[in-house]
Write a new protein. Structure first.
Length: 372
């Protein structure tokens, strides 16, 4: 990391965290990976949402501080966190604050609450999606809020372009998510057995409904198991099981829950490919992890993922179940193509080393402090 003249006080804010029982998603993982590397030389805190049984604690040198009501569920917890965030920022016990834009409102306009620099971290801009879902003007709030920031980190070129169109005066750096260096250097013993989905069970963003319908259209011809590793809210998980039974694929699909360690390692090293039929995305860590294992990805051709080369991912038309089903079947049957894509993916992912990306965060933070 770059040498700085002094030890800084950095604060990240994000409703989700690695210990959150409702989500514990990739965005929370990404913030922790950056924060723990910055904590080697700086004081770093993560202000995150409260949940039942939570306690403030230290993790890998990072202080986690919970905000909101402990007895709230996932959705109401996000609202309580959002409403209390401004008051927390006004305390001013930091040199720079990095605000991860959190649904449903995306931005809490924290730069309006302090004279110290606030960096907006745009993991995803959810305003339009929230507006479609709830029929409330979340996109309007999001655009107005983005104009209040002078410094922005975008996870992709697409997000940078969207933010720049809304706030032309903002200083914007594109810094994607990453993976640990030891995972990049891993040379796993590949053994293809199943298709894998890895992430949150969610229809609106992650497209698990598209995946199940597409898989039902191919499994009779290509009887390869599907492993869906992850979790969702009780309502979504109940729907998932009902829909699997309705499609008569429940005996082909396994649901191991959230996975980590050896279990996750085995799932990835034995995958034909990762299925990622998301309706919108940011910089998905699951995709980068799959690439580290030499596993290609079948995904929807989204503007957010335009940087992902066709040499290591099959891109299908968004929300076209027939196209998704056909391309998954083709990739299963075409072993030389699949292996060539896996090798290309393993090479491409080398640029996403968390150590290097965290250094870029630090450099951008220092430039924000210098420019005010």
């Amino acid at each position: 990391m770059a040498e700085t003249a002094q030890r800084r006080r950095f604060v990240f804010s994000n409703y989700d965290s690695p210990s959150n029982p409702f989500y514990a998603g990739g965005g929370a993982q990404a913030i922790h990976e950056v924060a723990r590397r910055l904590a080697i030389r700086h004081e770093v805190r993560v202000v995150t949402g409260a949940y039942p049984g939570c306690r403030d604690h230290d993790r890998d040198g990072v202080r986690y501080e919970h905000l909101g009501r402990e007895n709230s569920g996932g959705k109401t917890g996000q609202l309580w966190f959002h409403f209390r965030l401004a008051g927390r920022a006004r305390r001013g016990d930091f040199d720079l604050w990095c605000e991860s834009l959190t649904p449903p409102f995306s931005t809490a306009c924290l730069q309006r609450q302090t004279a110290r620099p606030v960096v907006a971290l745009t993991q995803v801009l959810a305003g339009e999606g929230m507006q479609r879902k709830y029929r409330l003007p979340f996109a309007v709030f999001e655009r107005a809020g983005l104009r209040t920031y002078r410094h922005v980190i975008a996870l992709s070129g697409h997000l940078r372009d969207r933010v720049a169109a809304i706030s032309p005066r903002a200083r914007i750096a594109v810094i994607p998510n990453g993976v640990p260096r030891e995972l990049i250097e891993l040379q796993p013993e590949r053994e293809e057995h199943h298709i894998v989905f890895l992430g949150r069970f969610d229809k609106g963003q992650k497209g698990i409904d598209l995946l199940l319908d597409a898989y039902a259209g191919m499994v009779t011809d290509v009887p390869v198991p599907l492993v869906m590793a992850g979790a969702g809210d009780p309502k979504t998980e109940a729907w998932l099981r009902r829909w699997m039974k309705f499609l008569e694929i429940d005996h082909h699909v396994s649901l191991p829950g959230r996975v980590s360690g050896t279990q996750k390692h085995d799932l990835l090293r034995r995958a034909y490919f990762l299925a990622m039929p998301s309706r919108y995305e940011a910089s998905p860590i699951a995709m980068l992890e799959a690439f580290c294992y030499g596993v290609p990805v079948v995904l929807c051709d989204l503007p957010e993922l335009r940087e992902v080369p066709a040499t290591c991912a099959v891109k299908t038309r968004p929300e076209w179940v027939v196209d998704l089903s056909r391309e998954m079947k083709r990739l299963i049957r075409d072993t030389p193509r699949r292996h060539a894509m896996g090798a290309a993916a393993k090479e491409w992912v080398r640029q996403f080393d968390w150590d290097r990306l965290a250094a870029r965060y630090e450099e951008f933070f220092e430039s924000a402090l210098a420019n005010g």
